[in-house]
Design a protein around this ligand. Sequence first.
Ligand code: ASP
Length: 361
Amino acid sequence: MSSLTGKHILSVDDFDRESLHSLYRFADLLQPIAAGERNCTALDGALLASLFFEPSTRTRVSFGAAFHRLGGKVVETSDEKYLSLKKGESLTDTARVFQGYVDVVVMRHKRTGAVREYAARSESPVINAGDGSGEHPTQALLDGYTIARELNRVDYSLDDLKIAVVGDLKHGRTVHSLAKLLSLYSNVTFFFISPTIGTRMPQAIRDLVQSRGHTVYESRHLCDGLPSADVVYATRIQEERFTSRAQAQQLRGRLAINLANYNRWAPHGPPIMHPLPRDSREKPMELSEDLEDLKSFAVFRQAENGVAVRMALFAEVLGLEQGYVLDEMGFSVHERQERWRKRSEVLGDRPDQEPAARSRR
Ligand code: ASP
């Protein structure tokens, strides 16, 4: 049984190298189901509650897609105003009720620590889908998986990695979780590049990675990290976490990466990643559109990997063995059609014929 079975997944701290790599091996096996090439009924009868109390596109949909692809069903709610929370119910009471309804809960909340609070009263496993500017552990899981795949690290090890992490590192929960995850490896070099002192990576995370023997450089300029980076990880300014919108506006586009500066400072072509959404309202974006034709533009492959990784996580948390899931993997719709077509050919039957004509033969 996986070490994650029955556990809440609240932080990257819930993982070590071994559990990460076993999750990644599982995700590799699940790729055909994630891509819709195979169907699967392993979670038939299981119910997921998807509770998103903060905006989400990819995380919410990819968690739901992952659960559906494994044969389970999803109930969701995405606005506290339609829940009894609005009438003053506590999160902990909600948790105690939901544990009687569903097998597993995925939750996002705008307050750091709220998901942990909920999980403390839930007997059903709870997965943190992002809590305030705290953590976003499943994003880090898929980021680590994507880095390994993009760099062709077949054993998934990210030892000796050099990574440039760019953007609002203070409020960005994905980069907090990613830094923690990478610190499980050895000899990682972090170039933390943020536009101002006020958007630096929090001290606690810098201290943690340094205490694990990694190297940290901090800068406000892309040219200080991109030339040596094996991978470039950009993030947006987390406008919703600033006290004033105007303050955030001043920082937008300060560290914009475009084809010209990427070619200049990273001519060796490191993969470009971003947890999305990128800010596309008006130029300059933090990752410009002219990068998109590059082979190294890994952003959409990264988003796609979210489904397989989240499927593997559900399977492990709910105690499904790899062999069982693979046994429950059926033929794809396309393959079933192919099989029926072949069968019809053998029988000399043609679907376009009238039933009467067929029965005469
Ligand atoms: N989607 C990510 C998150 O929920 C990144 C972002 O919002 O910038 O944290």
